[in-house]
Ligand binder design. Sequence first.
Ligand code: IPD
Length: 272
Amino acid sequence: MNTAGGCLMSYLEAAINIAREAGSNLKNAITKDFLVDVKDSNFDLVTEWDKKTENIIIDRIKEIYPNHLVIGEESVFVSSKDSFSELINEKEHVWIIDPIDGTNNFIHRLPGYTVSIAKFNYGQIELGVVYSPDNDEMFSAEKGKGAYLNKKKLTVSNQNQLENSMLATGFPSDVANFRANNLEQINKVALKCRDVRIYGSAALHCAYVAAGRLEAFWEEGLHIWDIAAGWILAEEAGGQVDYFSYDSNLMQYKSFYCGNKEINKQLIDVIE
Ligand code: IPD
């Protein structure tokens, strides 16, 4: 608990309020014209609303907690990446945010774009919020206190057969390094499970694992802001997160798996 504006508000409550405000702006903005820019390639785009929303979230966090560090997807690369990675581990209060996870969905006026906010404490994820403005679903979790969808407590699915499992994956925006590999992986996995979904937001996929809607999710080349909030959601709902090789300069995971414990294991056996 901490005091904000004279009233007692937890970090999680602050994250929920900020995500709801950001999401409601996006729900309104998606009905209007907006600017789209190329970030790294035609597969990696950014809209004026990614930037505006990131600034709003940073401003709100800083208004309440002026001394906290906030790292956002759209502003992280303007400074030294190495020092940011070190700071995450060395600082008590670090927020990592993705203002729109699922930017391509937002650009194409598709559902499935989310606001993702996580807070770290000396390198450990302390809390996470994934907000889906389309249907007003607020997923939240705090270390040791469980995961919730709005007020309902979440538990991962208890399915233990891969062949009965609904899985999800994503196409990495880092096309040069990862997209072809994922095609090979989908080929292998699709033959062994019930079906595979690609909703276009890694944060949402993790939240759906936490809610037991998906048995597992995997993707290569994700960055920490894509999955930090979803990671704690899945773990607090009783799930498992595994990854192989983390590039601390880029804050990028070569491969990332998030699922119920049994299916995560079976999925890794098929892919790795
Ligand atoms: C993207 C989404 C997408 C995933 C991409 C990510 P962004 O994040 O999470 O599902 O497949 O790899 O880059 O760019 O929309 O924040």
